[in-house]
Design a protein around this ligand. Structure first.
Ligand code: S3P
Length: 431
């Protein structure tokens, strides 16, 4: 089982052992961004070594920031809020929506010109959700489809602060506006319909910026200076999720996943699985840099179907593909609703999961904003596509472990965007 274009999986007896997932992807992006904007030397350890976060790192190098290191440890020589320079070439965000949207916000407030683009999937993803509010702040941004698609060309300006009600709960929209807000006169306020992950505001607060949060509102004061820092990035719960579900659904399994970030806005997957009857325990809870982490211990158990909707959706958004696999092994019907955002991720994850699960023999009903999955179903080995989406690929690989015969998951190279050693860790647990 190697991380090549197609991966072949055979039914597995059980998953047993201890693993450390990669550092959290969302926090790793932000560590590079804030380390670059702080004044002085910051150190980041347990950085996510995926292509997405490395694209953020390279972007800041091209903006004139010295960043040295390798693997999971980097030192950043931040130059303060006004220290970025015009990049000599187009910034390539690859597959990373977070890089594109957060940088668009930041670059909107710089007194230079920049262009940001990415791969074919990224160039299809909606950008108006950030370009529109940033234009309202005074940023000059153009792009394909009237500014809805990358490449985006950004001419930074002096920005005005705004109060913005985001139409969807999205940490990328919120963070783009807050980053622009650092360069706006006065106080910029973002109000979300439901709270999305809050790593940006937590980190800004920890670094001394003037930030206020209340319910689903966050405010930042323009030109708040940031302090340099030293940060151990907690393990990525979105990466751990594949092994939490694997451990829960493969009989006779016991998996210990160490040092996983348990920010309450990210632990929806644990809450949903526990509701389904999963045997999950947290131990060794610690805190650092405003974020908690813990060891997750999961043992296999019988699951039952549940409904996942409303406030749970932003808290499980990246885990819904692997949750769909758990649902196929649960007694009864699991209903996922209010998750239309899944249609504009790296691929249309509702379509990709529904099509793939049907190929495994599972009964799936697709809705515009979710799906209904009926289980428990003994999966039949098959050939499925990831549609070039890392999380869909990893979800189907876990499904393949429970399927009879052989499963081929096509188009898996992009697993490296978030979890380059996924197959290695899976091999180490497979018994
Ligand atoms: C992210 C926010 C989420 C999530 C993505 C990472 C972030 O996207 O799906 O993987 O780091 O801010 P949205 O803001 O589009 O929901």
């Amino acid at each position: 089982m190697k991380s090549v274009e197609s991966i072949i999986i055979n039914k597995n007896k059980r998953l047993r052992g201890v693993i450390y997932p990669p550092g959290d992807k969302s926090i790793s992006h932000r560590a590079i961004i804030f380390g670059s904007l702080a004044r002085g030397k910051s150190k980041v350890t347990n950085f996510c070594p995926g292509d997405d976060t490395l694209n953020t790192l390279k972007a800041f190098q091209s903006l004139g920031i010295k960043i040295e290191g390798s693997g999971t440890e980097f030192t950043i020589w931040g130059k303060g809020l006004k220290g970025l320079q015009e990049p000599p070439d187009i910034i390539n965000a690859g597959n990373s929506g977070t890089t594109t949207r957060l940088l668009t916000g930041l670059l909107g407030g710089q007194n230079f010109f920049s262009v940001i683009t990415g791969d074919a999937s990224l160039r299809k993803r909606p950008m108006k959700r950030v370009t529109e509010p940033l234009r309202a702040m005074g940023a000059k941004i153009d792009g394909r489809e009237g500014g809805d698609c990358a490449p985006l060309a950004i001419r930074g300006e002096n920005l005005r602060s705004i109060t913005y009600h985001t139409p969807v709960a999205s940490a990328q929209i919120k963070s783009a506006i807050l980053l622009a807000g650092l360069y706006a006169d006065g106080i910029t306020e973002v109000i979300e319909p439901v709270l999305s992950r809050d790593h940006t505001e937590r980190m800004l607060k920890a670094l001394g910026a003037h930030v206020e949060t209340k319910n689903t509102m966050v405010r930042v004061q323009g030109f708040s200076e940031l302090e340099a820092f030293s940060l151990f990035v907690p393990g990525d719960i979105s990466a751990a999720a594949f092994f939490v579900v694997g451990g829960a659904i493969i009989p006779d399994s016991e998996v210990i996943i160490r040092d996983v970030g348990i920010n309450p806005l990210r632990t929806g997957i644990l809450d949903v699985l526990k509701n389904m009857g999963a045997d999950i325990r947290l131990e060794e809870i610690k805190e650092e840099g405003g974020e908690e982490r813990a060891d997750i211990i999961v043992k296999s158990s019988l699951l039952k179907g549940v409904e996942v909707s409303g406030e749970l959706i932003p808290r499980t958004i990246d885990e819904l593909p692997i949750l769909a696999i758990a649902a196929s092994q649960a007694e009864g019907t699991t209903i996922i609703r209010d998750a239309k955002e899944l249609r504009v991720k790296e691929t249309d994850r509702i379509k990709a999961m529904a099509e793939g699960l049907r190929r495994f023999g599972v009964q799936v009903q697709e809705f515009e904003d979710g799906m209904a999955i009926t289980g428990p179903q003994k999966l039949k080995g098959t050939r499925v596509s990831s549609y070039g989406d890392h999380r869909v690929a990893m979800a189907f690989i876990i499904a393949g472990l429970t399927a009879s015969g052989e499963t081929t998951v096509e188009d898996t190279a992009l697993i490296a965007t978030s979890f380059p050693n996924f197959m290695e860790l899976l091999d180490s647990l497979s018994q």
